[in-house]
Design a protein around this ligand. Sequence first.
Ligand code: CU
Length: 147
Amino acid sequence: MLPQHRPISPLFRFICIFVVIALFAGIAFTLLRDREEAPPPITEHAFESGHAIWSIDDYPAKVLHSNHFLIELTDLSGAPLQGAGLTVKLNMLNMICGDYEFSMTETAPGMYSGEGVPLMAGTWKAALTLVTGDHTYTIIRVLRAIH
Ligand SMILES: [Cu+2]
């Protein structure tokens, strides 16, 4: 005797379609999140008394190597912001594997250079402390480090 085929119930069909849609939504979400986790090499930041362009050479940054950070500061009129004091602290997101702190030196009017060393591969938070006149600002960016 042949096995009898029961017609697929509408509820079962609905559940199948729902599962497929959920699967695709999950894949799309994962792809989008991965793209967000790769921060760009150059970031721009506005703060109360000016504007900062922060770039990292040979991005992504290399683990346990000196990576050249360049921060270009302008004041509200667009002129180079000179004589500021800049320090950067690197720390890894969601991990306690050690911080790396360094200061930036002004190599040309409004151009500040420094060398950052990420200790592990992954996504790092870089917090810039900027002192100009009697104001102190904190500027945050994220960066990716690879081997
Ligand atoms: Cu780590």
